[in-house]
Each structure stands twice: as C-alpha cells, then as structure tokens.
Design a protein around this ligand. Structure first.
Ligand code: ARG
Length: 463
C-alpha cells in the first residue's frame, strides 16, 4: 500500500479534502520559508558534526536547501495544500532534489521544535526592522521639532485650553513614547533569541545532538533549558504583540491629534496633497486618510494580542495544534505596525505643515495665561490659593465683558490687586508664558533645546 499522506504508514486513507484545507498552514506559513531553510542548514551541519550523518550527506542537504531558496526567490517554489505546511513542503522538495539523503534531514528533530525555531528567527528579523522604522520616525520628529522650538501651540487638558506650549515640546513627547517602544523591543529581542531547536517533539532526543552548536550557528544566545517549555512557549509572541500594541497606542494618539489639527475648527496643520485624499462627492474636501487608517488599524493589533492570550491560556503541555494559530496574528501585526510607522514617517516628513501664524493667534485668544497671573502674584508674596481665587474672578469678569486678560488696563489690574504693575503684560504674553516654564522636563524654550540635544544623541544608539 502506498501512503496517501505525508505521515506514516499508520494511515490507510487520505485526508478528507475539506479537512486537508482546514488543517493546512502552507497558505500563510510560506512566509517562514527563508527561516526554515536557514534553520535546516544549521541542523544538517550539527547532524554531521556529531556523526549522525556523513559529511557527504550534509553537503547534499545544504546544496538542496540552497537550491530551494533559489527556486523560492525566483517564484518557482509554490507548494499547494497537499504539502500541509512549509516544513513538509521543503522536506518533500528536498528529497526530490537530492534523493534519499533528503529523508535524513528530519533525524533528531520534530516540526514542533522546527516551527518554534522558524518563528523566532522570523520575529528576530522583524523586530530589528521595526526598531529601524521607529528610529526613522523619531528622527523625523526631531527634525520637525527643531524647526518649531519657538512655535507656540495651545496645550490641553480635558481637551480644554490649558497652557500654551512649544510645539517642539509637544512633538518630543511622542519622541519619548517611541523611545520606550524602541527600548522595549530591544528587551523582548533577548527573550525571542533563545533556541528551541533540538527539543524534539517534546522530550528531547536519543541522538547525541549538540543544541549549543545549532544555537550558536543561528545566532541564538542559548538553547531552551527545558524541552517541554521550548516547544510550547509562546510568551515571546505575546510580549511582541504587547509591544506592537503599545506602538499602535502611541501612533493612534498622534493620529487623533493630526485629525483634530487638520479640521477647520482647529486649523493647526495643513495636509499636503501627497498625503491626503479627496471625496468622491464633496469637491471641497481633503481628508486625513493616513492618520485615520492608523487609528483604525490599531484595533486589529490589539485583537491579535487578545487572541494570542486566549490561545495560550488553557493549553496543556506541550505542543498542541492550537499553536498553528500564532502565525497569522504575528504576521499581520508585523505588517500593520511596519506599514503604519512607515506611513506616519512620510506624513510627518513631507505630508503636513504646521500653520505657524494660526498657532500664534490661537495662543492669544484664550485664558491659557491665567496660571501665569496667579504665579505673578504668588511670586510677589501673595499665597498661591488666594491669587488663584482672585484670577478666577478676573476671568469671570473678562468673560462677561468679552475681554481677554491682555485687554485689561493697568488701572483695572491694580483695582484687582495693588501688587500688579506694568510688567504684568510681559508676564502674560504667550512667548513669555512658554519660555518661563524652565523646570526640568518643562516646555521652556531653553529646556526644549536641551531635550532636543539629548534626543539627537539618543537616536545615534542603535543597539
Ligand atoms: N504547521 C504546524 C504549526 O504551525 C507545524 C507543527 C506541527 N506539529 C504537529 N505536531 N502537528 O504549528
């Protein structure tokens, strides 16, 4: 009897076609092929080094695996559903190319440690790429901030005008978030970078393999210490999805701000034609599609994190087929985060312009200098709470007569409190209000310039 399946002679009949489709992962795990080949080459080298296969067999295996890599890159390797997954697809093709030697590759290995190895190699690579995307975006934020140290922007709490800010300070707040993301991914990388290869199906193997050698060949820091843990651990995937979710949180908050700023109500930024789209019916419109898409895509990344947590929560040791479900979540999260970072980098580099004049007007048309009036009195010895109450009253009177603080005459000020003098007008001018906040981490121009210098140094760090 010929075996109808890829598996052993234990099976008498072929898999139901619908079940075969349901079971197969080749439709998506082909994404892992380059990592699968690299992992298999390391495994073959180890098998020869430990005398499990001959040098000649090793050479055959490696040349066959490299041949498959070439075929794949030329678009000539397109396995179908019958291959089940990328691992079987490669093994089958390898045996076609190199004959019986191909059948030796799977000695002392299981698809369970193999897929774990592939996924870690894949994620390691993607983490490095995403960290580069983060660096690119951080650099664009710094460049933009440099142009806008003295450009004011209203600062908000509760989305109510609070105190004016240096626009650079606002942009650097995002720089800090992406710095944490960059660091976090670096930390996660260390836990991704552990080798499950050689854990076997779950218990290790009877062959005299050298797991430290394959770990070293593949650039892993060390092999997993426990074979059961090695084949069934997906903490690293959850940690990555968590980091990806936080990147999306940061991108989405910034997107929301751009969307608000681009509205007619705020009118703080102008979107350029290369990064905005029109409406099919309303000819006057220019829509902020990029930040809207980024905000929208955030949901799917959160979804993958949640999905992965639920996937793992009741899994008994060790490998279970449930784990095949980790891949699409990871692949999609990687693609989504990369695409969002890339697009936002372009948007901030060349797709929008802050309306400086409008921003300068904006900070003069409100009461966001009220704290400074209270601070003015407090600096002259009036207890802050007393000063605060007095300014509250002033604001109320101004509102009733449709005036701003800067419109009060010196007499009016002095009627309110004898400590007011002519320098009150300077104290409440927006530029002064901003530049006076020179406490560490504050929006004062000098502080912001210092922060920019520190940020410039930080992006040089590529570890
Ligand atoms: N395609 C499988 C996955 O992605 C490979 C591992 C299969 N292992 C098994 N024991 N059936 O998880």
């Amino acid at each position: 009897m010929t075996n109808p399946n890829t598996w052993s002679q234990r099976f008498e009949t072929a898999l139901d076609p619908a079940i075969a489709r349901f079971n197969a992962s080749i439709g998506f795990d082909i994404e892992l092929i380059e990592y699968d080949l690299t992992g298999s080459i390391a495994h073959a080298k180890m098998l020869a080094k430990t005398g499990i296969i001959s040098e000649e067999e090793k050479e055959k295996l490696i040349s066959g695996l490299e041949e498959i890599r070439k075929e794949y890159r030329n678009g000539e390797f397109n396995p179908g559903i019958d291959a089940e997954d990328v691992h079987f697809a490669v093994e089958r093709r390898l045996t076609e190319i190199v004959g019986d030697a191909g059948k030796k590759l799977h000695t002392a290995r299981s698809r369970n440690d193999q897929v774990g190895t592939d996924t870690r190699l894949y994620l390691r690579d993607k983490i490095t790429k995403i960290r580069q995307y983060l660096r690119d975006f951080q650099t664009v934020l710094i460049n933009l901030a440099e142009k806008h140290v003295e450009t004011p922007i209203p600062g908000y709490t509760h989305l109510q005008r609070a105190q004016p800010l240096s626009l650079a300070h606002h942009l650097l707040a995002y720089f800090e978030m992406f710095q944490r993301d960059w660091e976090r991914l670096g930390e996660i990388y260390q836990r991704v970078n552990v080798s499950p290869l050689g854990c076997g199906a779950l218990a290790g193997t009877t062959f005299p393999i050298d797991r430290h050698y394959t770990a070293e060949l593949l650039g892993f820091d060390r092999p997993y210490a426990n074979s059961l843990d090695g084949v069934s651990d997906r903490d690293f995937a959850i940690e990555f999805l968590n980091a990806a979710s936080l990147i999306m949180v940061h991108l989405s908050r910034l997107s929301e701000e751009v969307i608000l700023w681009a509205s007619q109500e705020f009118n703080f930024v102008q979107l350029k034609d290369n990064c905005s789209t029109g409406s099919s019916i309303m000819p006057q419109k220019k829509n902020p599609d990029i930040p809207e898409l980024v905000r929208g895509k955030t949901g799917r990344v959160f979804g993958h994190l949640q999905g992965m947590l639920v996937l793992m929560k009741s899994l008994p040791l060790a490998y279970n087929k449930d784990l095949q479900e980790d891949k699409e979540a990871l692949f999609d999260a990687v693609k989504t985060v990369s695409g969002c970072l890339e697009s936002m980098t372009i948007l901030f580099r060349e797709g929008l312009e802050f309306r400086r004049q409008r921003l300068e007007e904006a900070v003069t048309e409100d009461f966001s200098n009220a704290t400074d009036v209270a601070d003015y009195l407090a600096a002259k010895g009036v207890p802050f709470r007393e000063a605060y109450n007095l300014v509250g009253k002033v604001v109320r009177t101004c509102l009733a007569s449709d005036k701003l603080l800067k419109d009060l005459t010196l007499e009016e000020w002095q009627d309110l409190h004898p400590k007011f003098e002519a320098d009150i007008y300077d104290a409440i001018a927006p530029q002064q209000v901003i530049s006076a906040r020179n406490s560490f981490g504050g929006t004062g121009f000098d502080r912001v310039r210092e922060a920019l210098n520190v940020a410039r140094e930080m992006v040089k760090d590529d570890l």
